[in-house]
Design a binder for this molecule. Sequence first.
Ligand SMILES: [Zn+2]
Length: 424
Amino acid sequence: MTTHFVSAFALLCLSFAASTALGGETAVEQTGDGVDLREDSTFDEDSRSSETAVAAEELVEAVPAHEHDVPLADAVTTAEGQAEPLLLLGQEIPPGTAQRLAWAATELFEGVPVSTPVLVVNGERPGPTLCLTAAVHGDELNGIEMVRRVLHDIDPDKLSGRVIGVPIVNVQGFRRGSRYLPDRRDLNRYFPGNPNGSAAARIAHALFKDVVAHCDALVDLHTGSFERANLPQIRADLRNPDVVTLTLGFGSMVVLHSQPTVGTLRHAATLAGIPAVTVEAGGPAQLELAEVKHGVKGIETLLTTLGMVKKRRRWGDHPEPVYYRSSWVRADNGGILLADVSLGSTVRKGDLLGTITDPMSNARSELRSPYSGRIIGMARNQVVMPGFAAFHVGIQAEDVVSEEAVSDVPRHDDAGGYVDGMSE
Ligand SMILES: [Zn+2]
């Protein structure tokens, strides 16, 4: 009993210390290498926050799940013969049926396995296996509802291929309302995991082996993090043709080209031959219906585009732009941040994005956009520290130097693998 009490107390202290660190984002800045990230593209150090260094952990190599002889775009049209039973998590799911299975990664801290549902629809006809994962970060709720809606909407008799949905990957974080695992590790830095590693590495390894290895394509659902929200958007490495197929399949959704960070599910899956994208929609710790509907519409359009589901109408008459670069605009002063734009706003270079007012001196400073583009992510109104990343601007293509091809977009992941910030 005593030991149990002590460890629970230590955990409490740990989470207190961590939330203090998050409140003051300057802690992150101090650990940097002195490089000013303000003008950087999609890469941001902020969400490293108090996470345990991943570099110390060795991850196993992502083993190719299976060979793909045909491009993802042709997976349905070239599928031959009858649909076969799907063997998953020790169960056999016959064609033309849907089932709810349970997946438990490992014995947890308390010694009691905690399982999380896995929803499976095995179609009447053969085709690829599309996987949807949500709540890899336990406080990101919108994706959970998207998975539920998509999976329960599919008619197994009218499906070519399979759809596997894991609504709550990080069940421990979810139960505590936390982005992280109970040991403060970010699960999305440990894929494809390691069966002998830390708790995070073990959970990542189990998910990868038990579920992800069965997928032909994967969509990982996220939201912004730390009081920031994202315009519904796809993050994709557009150098990979199958990833491009996935990306284009969503119809009218903003696309941000981004090379995945080492350790993310998106990175590990793609490396294993399973093209993957991240969908970002909304912010953490709440359910946002408009964002949920946007995501569901995108995923259902993807099922149609891939030929897995037949529908007459597609959602793509008004394609959204692809942003090859983006930049976070940061606060120079501390104070109360109030936004003058909203998610999705189109901005011109020099436009006012928001103001920061010092609550004591009443001094006011302005945040202006260094680029023409669109607000694809932003902080909620709150008290901020100098250096706080407040507005994420998707940079309009004209502003990007012409010779900057996709492959030349600057990246910083040599310094420990960070990317995209506030989210994935
Ligand atoms: Zn996330």
